[in-house]
Design a protein. Sequence first.
Length: 58
Amino acid sequence: MARRKKTLRGTYDQWLEAHPAAANAIVGCSVAAALIAVFVFVTFSGFGGSAEFIYNQF
């Protein structure tokens, strides 16, 4: 019987099965970080301003 090559996807799937709580925590933290980054960007970059202000930037 031929031995299958261990792939990154297979390793990832095995880790997910072994650590479901950690995987959920990582995904949750990643989503929260992305939302915070978008909020900070919109708040402090000026893109939260009026459409006229944004069009004048270009």
